[in-house]
Design a protein around this ligand. Structure first.
Ligand code: NAP
Length: 312
């Protein structure tokens, strides 16, 4: 990192917890690479402190901040302006401070679409998409797909009412949307499988947005009719730790092309960088920093697991 002085521009991330975030490494590597007198700092902010922290963005003239769990929705209510994606999703992951005027953006969904184009070589308009889950990440991804020209988004979620709510939101963009019953629920009949076959017959893209399979619950796999997948399907699991989930392995074994959530994480950060600095983000530098952090984290977790096994 370069010298911190009176001209250093400061940005960072508000979250709780925030110590695990990979964003400082990603952004500081980019600032160093471009020789910019900027620094990115993690700020642990508890929920009651969010309004004061947002006010401090103005008071301290921060260039902007990222916002992560658990503040994304609450931050949307504290902005002067919202981007269309942030307004629609009701969540903010990036705040830009323009002379004291705070604009909330949501780069998660657009970051997903950019990663999809870069890694899988397909765009949102390629065809219908099936989303597993209906939480915050699902909302950002589904809306970005809808706004980027997807003809149809189908949502399957454990809680059907949440899936229905997300479908209404998707439909408000003019994109077709429908609910698919979450598989594996005993009270639901065989009809589900026929529905899934029809959906996977026309959807080329499947996005797994639940935390099932995320560290430390690597053994969990969402219920899914893997036998209905083929080489024509692209599957993205938003989880990036571990790099390969059980869900990804089973989709790959069924012939699908499979990607994890690292690309989305990279591109949402790259978009924030561009919003704050107005500069083209050095994508490869940011990618290397992110992959280095992920590797260190995974090695540490493997070491911790081995120590636990020895203790047992
Ligand atoms: P969230 O808002 O809490 O939503 C979680 C979703 O998963 C809900 O739809 C929930 O269903 C479902 N779910 C949770 N536990 C489940 C279970 N045991 N069985 C079935 N469904 C279950 O979380 P989120 O913020 O959307 O994050 C979800 C995942 O996306 C996390 O793994 C996160 O790390 C990842 N993510 C990745 C990126 C990236 O950049 N790659 C960005 C954001 C998030 P109900 O509605 O029924 O509760």
């Amino acid at each position: 990192m370069g010298e911190i002085n009176g001209k250093t521009r400061v940005c960072g991330i508000f979250g709780h917890p925030v110590g695990h975030s990979f964003s400082p490494a990603m952004h500081n590597a980019a600032f160093d690479h471009l020789g910019m007198n900027w620094v990115y700092v993690p700020f642990p902010v508890r929920p009651p402190g969010l309004p004061a922290a947002v006010e401090a963005v103005r008071a301290l003239d921060l260039a902007g901040v990222n916002v992560t769990v658990p503040h994304k929705e609450a931050a949307a209510g504290l902005m002067d302006r919202l981007s269309p994606a942030a307004r629609l999703s009701g969540a903010v992951n990036t705040i830009v401070n323009d002379g004291g005027v705070l604009t909330g953006h949501n780069t998660d969904g657009e970051g997903f679409v950019r990663a999809l184009e870069e890694e899988a070589g397909i765009g949102a308009a390629t065809g219908p998409a099936l989303i597993l889950g209906a939480g915050g990440a699902a909302r950002s991804v589904a809306l970005a797909l809808a706004l980027s020209g997807s003809p149809e988004v189908i949502v399957a979620n454990r809680s059907g009412d949440r899936a229905a709510g997300l479908c209404e939101l998707i439909k408000s963009t003019g994109c077709a949307a429908s609910v698919l019953n979450w598989p594996g629920l005993p009270e639901r009949g065989d009809g589900d499988c026929r529905d899934w076959a029809a959906v996977l017959g026309r959807a080329r893209l499947v996005v797994q947005t639940t935390p099932l399979g995320m560290h430390p619950r690597e053994g969990e796999v969402p219920p899914f009719p893997f036998n209905l997948l083929n080489a024509g399907h692209v599957v993205v699991d938003l989880i990036y730790n571990p790099a390969r989930t059980g869900f990804m392995e089973r989709c790959r074994a069924a012939g699908a092309r499979v990607f994890n959530g690292t690309g989305m994480l990279l591109h949402q950060g790259a978009m924030a960088f561009e919003l704050w600095t107005g500069k083209t983000p050095p994508l490869e530098v940011m990618r290397s920093a992110l992959e280095r952090c992920l590797e260190v984290r995974r090695q540490k977790e493997t070491g911790d697991r081995r120590q636990e096994e020895v203790r047992e």
